[in-house]
Design a protein around this ligand. Sequence first.
Ligand SMILES: Nc1nc2c(c(=O)[nH]1)N[C@H]1C(S)=C(S)[C@@H](COP(=O)(O)O)O[C@H]1N2
Ligand SMILES: [Mo]
Length: 531
Amino acid sequence: MTRTDERADAPPATSRGRATLSGAVAALAGLATAELFGAFLPGRPSAVSYAADRVIAATPAGPREAVIGAVGTLDKPLLVATIVAVVIGGGALIGRLCASRPRRAPWWFAGGAALGFLVAWNATTADLFGLLLLVSVGAVVASLVWGRLVRDAVPADDGSTAYDGERGDGGTTADLDRRTVLRAAGAVALLSALGLGLAAAARRGSASTLDAVRAALTLPRPTDPARPVPAGATPALDGLAPAITPNADFYRIDVSLSPPVVDPASWSLTLEGRVDRPMTLSYAELLALPSIERLVTLTCVSNEVGGDLVGNARWQGVRLTDLLAKVGVHPDASLVLGRSVDGFTAGFPRQLLDDGRDAMVAYAMNGEPLPLEHGFPARLVVPGLYGYVSATKWLTAIRLTTIDEDPPFWVARQWSADGRIQAASRIDVPGDGATVTAGRVAVGGRAWHQHTGVGGVDVSVDDGPWQQATLAPALGVDAWRLWSWQWDATSGSHELRVRMHDLDGAPQSSEERPVFPGASSGLHTITVDVS
Ligand SMILES: Nc1nc2c(c(=O)[nH]1)N[C@H]1C(S)=C(S)[C@@H](COP(=O)(O)O)O[C@H]1N2
Ligand SMILES: [Mo]
């Protein structure tokens, strides 16, 4: 009996190693089964996606910008990998802790699943029941796999488990079949990886099914079409962004791990809050209303000076003020808040709409139904405001409210409530750090100050005098304006700097400010080597 008691306190190192491995594999199997299971449930709940969304939402602006700066759009895959690694690590820890008391492991797995639930559960995650189901399945599967692996470790004749120090006889523990455990663990890990892959594929499959639905939709002709794009709006200059950004090249920013998959057949838009007559519209009802079509440049507040988080598209949709007129907005409703199907919100002062700007509930982008990543079936577009206060994608409700009653998503996270766009300009060609040959060098780029309009662009070489660039024809005050300039480049290393003026002559601010808490400012400056 003394041998057994000793083992109860300190199991042999090898069995602890195997228990750790078994715990890790059990947790991985639980996670994979839960994800696979979720991929086939209505609404496709995913504990990993929910947890990722929660982490994204909870990350303060500073670290968030730093991570995005360091890894770019790899941030989301990296986050998923980290979550999977944390689950596996947690399982390993449970295995190690329960090496001598394997019957306790299921309690720990249940506890881990509950912790997972708490992390993934949040305001922007609608499907609580789905999540509960997933973590329960995960905990049960992890426990079953654990039981299997630790039992396989010892071909015990009494059915008890291998590392069970409470057991009377311990004679067989010394000859734990190491290979059986490793093989079983390997097989489960392989199956789990396969399961995770299948779950991801099923999700992608449902997105591509919806994309087919989307592609088959017919759009109404705009009642009030956009002015045609004037000839020469895109100067003939290699490397300069086109006046209209193709949908596939349009920047994408949102807090969702993957774009919500929203079937227009079951989608609706509700206007609610401080209004006389709340109203709900189906997709068909929205498309049946008179529509406007406009060129509007969208910008992200997180855009660095000279950054790429800006795009210009032809949007079609229903004028927001038309919709608001239908429901009768109360005078005390000071905030227009858009809410997405995933719980994200963006809001701006209602008073901004008084100047008649072309804010709309958009359903088309460059003549196509909105792409899935850009908010299908409908989103808000408000000229002159950064996306984070206005451009709610996968829009499902518009609430007339106040900022105290319903603080919008990013404003609740300390971003500025004033999301009006700053004047900005950038040099597209030549690229920063490029080498060119001495002589005539074509320089070009873009400038924007939505809803104010671009009146001029100047370029300066090596802090020399500002020289006027040639403006391409304007696309309207709500869109960017492309520009070009001929540079007589002499050999050596040079610095090029750009600034813009509004239509009324006010120059862009040269004050250097970081992105947080309300848009960067400063002049885009590049270095060019002339040989
Ligand atoms: N549902 C939802 N809508 C959203 C966001 C989001 O995170 N979720 N991000 C906003 C931000 S910060 C920006 S800059 C724009 C970007 O729109 P785009 O991805 O179509 O370029 O969407 C806005 N709409
Ligand atoms: Mo943004």
